[in-house]
Structures are given as C-alpha cells and as structure tokens.
Design a protein around this ligand. Structure first.
Ligand SMILES: C[S@@+](CC[C@H](N)C(=O)[O-])C[C@H]1O[C@@H](n2cnc3c(N)ncnc32)[C@H](O)[C@@H]1O
Length: 310
C-alpha cells in the first residue's frame, strides 16, 4: 500500500487528508467557486451514490467496459519492464469502475475521492474481492497540492469535467507521474462545435436515460428544469443553479478542451500514445443515432512521460 502524507482515519475508515473536509480557503472569486464546486460534488454524490452504478451507461455497457480493459492492457504493456507492481493514483475513483480493473491486474492503487458515500461502496466491493487499495477522502485539488508521492500511472475516469480548473489539475497531475510513467483520462465531453444542437440532443439523451434507468426521477427532473427556467443566474458561476447537479458537473455543457490538455501534456514532456474522440449516449438507441450525428462526443487520452534523465 502506498503511504500518503499525513492521513487521518474518518468514521468510515478512509484516510483523509487534513483538508479532506469541504474546504474554505480564502475569499478570492476563483477559490470560492472551486470550493462551491467541490461542495456540490460532495452533495451530488451523497444523493447519487446508491444509484450510480445502474445509471451511468459506461459502467455497464459491454463495449465501453471492454474499451477500458483494452486501455489498461495497453497501459500495462509499458509496465512489464518495471519488474514490480506499478503504483497508480486514481483521481475521483468513485465506486471503482477503473479501480477494480487495476486491482484485478495486481497493481498498487491509491484512490482519492471527495465523496464518503462513493468510497464506502468502493470499499465494500474491494473487500469482497480481497483487494486493498488505499482510499483517501479528499478533494483531488488538496491532495495534489500536498502529496510528494509519485506514481507510474495517474488516471482520471469521468472526472475532469467535475473540476473547477481541470488544466491546473492536469498540470499538477503530470508532476506526480514518474519518468516513463503514464497519464490517462477518459469519459469527458469535448467542447461542442454546435452548442445549441448538442444541448437539445443531450436533453433528449437525458430524458430517454431517465425513463429507462431512473424513472422515479422523471417528475422531479421536470420540476428542476421548470424551476431552473424561472430562476436567476448565479453571477459567480455564470449559470442558473437549482440543485447540486447544476454545479457538480461543472464543465459538462461547455465541455473539456482536449486539444489544450494534449498541448499541456506535450509541453510537460509527455508523448501522446492515444487521443481519440468517440460518440456517446446514455442508451444504445441514442448512441446509435449519435454515431451518425456526432453531437455528443467524449475523449480519451493516454500519454507517456519521457523516460529520459529528469
Ligand atoms: C462521474 S464520477 C466518476 C467515478 C469513476 N471514476 C468512474 O469512472 O465511474 C465522478 C467522481 O469524481 C469525484 N469527484 C468530483 N469532484 C472531485 C474532486 N474535486 N476531488 C476528488 N473527487 C472528486 C466524485 O465524488 C465522483 O466519485
């Protein structure tokens, strides 16, 4: 297991960095917005954790699951020459979509996540399988600021769009990757080329998914939409906010700039092993349609740090 600087144990038995609780750090606009987004994620996943595994399609879609396995196989091929288990940091590991696959390969895994409830579910699953990853409840922002540890792999799955300043986090993450190690990120939406069409298609996608996977939330969801239409914009976040979900997935509508991340990684001495965009959809019918329309796309990046003398 990896030792993490200064952990304490919380009531669920996770390590917790000293700033693991919802932070309050000064009064600048950016740090206030970041704190609100972190707090919204805590709140959102407190409500979502119980149904997360049956709602997010990429967690049970066989094609997307196989694609994750293939990515980890590709990443693992770079670790063969290590002659030991690679050490991996997973940022925002949630209920273990990626964690369990890494543990199954015998990799040494540290998971940092802000949600007690998501980590509790992950802990149950890992215990049942006899795995023992290190679980740390903390905003990844605070963890990366304080840790001195480095890893063979730093991974994100469906997390960058939840972060206030994803480029700053990617930059910090690169400094925690050992020479020859890898950066991996997957399941974040790209910046839409036709925002109005993307928004309309996304609304259809959500409506279909709600009906299929979360019918109990259809009426409350319509209520939230109506309340949002008559609410005023929150000036500091530049949007209407009626529930934690409106802030938690902070960049879900504007998208995550994958080209900017690629440039950032290259500037930090990483070679891009793979960068692809793919059509998404919460149900197979919508994904089938979207394969043709390409209105909703996500991206993945695998990048390798120069193994040269640094
Ligand atoms: C969409 S889920 C993805 C979970 C998992 N990686 C997967 O592939 O299913 C996003 C996760 O990121 C966590 N998260 C959101 N903001 C975070 C932050 N600032 N620091 C750490 N974890 C965060 C949430 O608690 C949640 O577990």
């Amino acid at each position: 297991m990896n030792a993490v600087s200064g952990p304490m144990s919380n009531r669920n038995g996770f390590s917790e960095t000293s700033s693991g609780s919802v932070p309050d750090r000064g009064t600048s606009g950016a740090s206030r917005a970041e704190d609100r987004i972190i707090a919204a994620n805590v709140d959102f996943y407190r409500q979502m954790a119980g149904k997360y595994d049956s709602y997010e399609t990429y967690l049970f879609d066989p094609i997307l699951q196989q694609s994750l396995e293939d990515d980890l196989d590709k990443i693992g091929s770079y670790f063969v020459s290590l002659g030991r288990a690679p050490s991996c940091l997973e940022c925002g590991g949630g209920t273990g979509n990626l964690t369990l696959k890494m543990c199954a390969r015998g990799w040494t895994v540290t998971v940092v996540d802000v949600s007690d409830e998501m980590l509790a579910l992950l802990k149950e699953k890992t215990r049942a399988k006899g795995y023992s990853p290190t679980l740390i409840r903390s905003p990844i922002e605070r963890f990366l600021e304080t840790t001195r540890e480095s890893f063979d792999l730093v991974a994100f799955s469906a997390v960058l769009h939840h972060l206030h300043s994803y480029t700053a986090i990617v930059e910090q993450a690169t400094s925690r990757v050992r020479p020859g190690g890898l950066f991996y990120s997957n399941h974040d939406p790209v910046v839409p080329e036709r925002p109005a069409w993307t928004w309309a298609f996304d609304s259809l996608d959500i409506a279909v998914a709600k009906l299929m996977f979360d019918p109990a939330d259809v009426l409350p969801g319509i209520g939230r939409r109506l309340r949002k239409m008559i609410s005023t914009r929150d000036p500091s976040l530049g949007r209407r906010v009626v529930s934690a979900g409106d802030i938690a997935e902070y960049h879900v509508r504007a998208g995550v700039d994958d080209q900017q991340i690629v440039r950032l990684l290259q500037g930090k001495g990483f070679a891009i092993v793979e960068h692809v965009r793919y059509a998404t959809g919460r149900s197979s019918a919508i994904r089938f349609l979207n394969e043709r329309l390409r209105l909703l796309e996500s991206f993945k990046i695998i990048a390798r740090r120069d193994s040269g003398q640094m």
